[in-house]
Write a protein that binds this ligand. Structure first.
Ligand SMILES: [Zn+2]
Length: 366
């Protein structure tokens, strides 16, 4: 079983791996290697999902997929200026407000990464109007130190190449950690924690622990994994945003350090008309597990976001789904923040829930 020290070092390692949506292979190979310590059955499917299987003792029990996404938000190069600056567009949900002046990593077609930055206009030359204005992505640019388009191309960097935030890892007070890619390095860390527990004691149900691709791009990578393993139900390890910062007070009851967060309702109305309403049976299972484990759960219900469960729940004749995980602050910024106590508790609650699943678990939605 992974202890807090190992959870912390795993989270730090995973936060340091560059992996834009569609370019997850570095993370996938590392994750496959880590999971292989706990089961011989680890595969990477055609889409790039990493699937580790722990066979259960009762073939009549419904099987469960627990997953977290391996990919991260970032940018794609849309144009290269003659003098070597790179123009970009966003991949996933990134606000223009947080990107000027940040460090980035720019990928080449052969998979090399080069450091760069998103240029910010010097304070001294900004008009009062400039200071209050947010520049659109079309006016932003990356500087990698190159002086010509030829120099950029000679590195193998072209239109279509990936860009991500440069990895950061900072330890704050009281077991809190900040940096890029906590979304969803945290969920992957939990999967490894769960794998270490399942390796010690065989559950009744077969469990597939899956690192998925392309969540930040189209929230559908998990669908292909579910088709590969023909899962009966699924838990997505993705925590809700905390509402305990000065700008978020009153938004929800979720606080950092308050325990695992369960999303009872989410809905992304911006064109997708999709979300997930938690499966009652799975929620009851998690509630009982938390009670047995002496861990407090936090509840979240909000519009504005969704995860792979939105699409996964529509597979086959319906897959019961639940989203839960470690709460975070400043999501989709280069300095997301979390509390490691919450992280540890998520893995414990999910593992104890897994051991409680038997052939009588009701998959129906009532
Ligand atoms: Zn995200």
């Amino acid at each position: 079983m992974l202890q807090m020290k190992e959870l912390k070092s795993t989270l730090r390692d995973y936060m340091g791996i560059i992996r834009l949506s569609g370019y997850e292979s570095r993370m996938a190979y590392r994750f496959k290697e880590d999971l292989s310590k706990y089961t011989e059955q680890v595969q990477i499917d055609k889409t790039g999902n990493v699937i580790a299987t722990f066979p259960g003792s009762d073939p009549e029990a419904p099987n469960l997929m627990v997953f977290a996404h391996m990919d991260v938000i970032g940018f794609v190069i849309s144009r290269i200026e003659p003098d070597g600056f790179l123009r970009i567009d966003r991949v996933g949900g990134i606000s223009e407000k947080i990107v000027q002046g940040i460090a980035v990593m720019v990928g080449s077609e052969s998979g090399e990464y080069y450091p760069g930055l998103i240029g910010a206009k010097a304070y001294h030359i900004q008009s009062n109007e400039d200071k209050a204005k947010v520049d659109s992505f079309s006016s932003l640019f990356i500087d990698i130190g190159a002086t010509s388009q030829q120099q950029v191309n000679d590195l193998g960097i072209h239109v279509g190449c990936p860009v991500t935030f440069a990895p950061h890892y900072v330890e704050l007070l009281d077991n809190r950690v900040a940096g890029a890619y906590i979304d969803d390095a945290a969920g992957l860390t939990n999967l490894l924690q769960i794998a270490s527990l399942l390796a010690e004691q065989t559950p009744k149900c077969t469990v597939h622990l899956v690192g998925t691709v392309m969540e930040e791009f189209n929230a559908r990578g998990a669908m292909m994994a579910a088709r590969s393993v023909k899962t009966d139900m699924a838990i997505c390890l993705l925590g809700p945003g905390a509402g305990d910062t000065p700008d978020q007070r009153g938004v929800n009851n979720v606080v950092l350090g308050g325990g695992p967060g369960v999303t009872l309702f989410n809905f992304h109305g911006k064109g997708t008309l999709n979300g997930n309403i938690a499966h009652k049976g799975l929620f009851e299972l998690i509630k009982k597990s938390a009670a047995v484990s002496g861990i407090t759960l936090q509840r979240s219900a909000a519009r504005g976001a969704l995860s792979d469960t939105a699409y996964l729940q529509l597979e086959n004749d319906g897959i019961p789904c639940l989203d839960m995980g470690m709460p975070d602050r400043y999501s989709h910024s280069p300095m997301e923040t979390c509390d490691l106590k919450d992280l540890e508790q998520v893995g414990i609650v999910v593992t104890n829930a897994i051991y409680a699943i038997d052939k009588d678990f009701d998959l129906h939605r009532y």
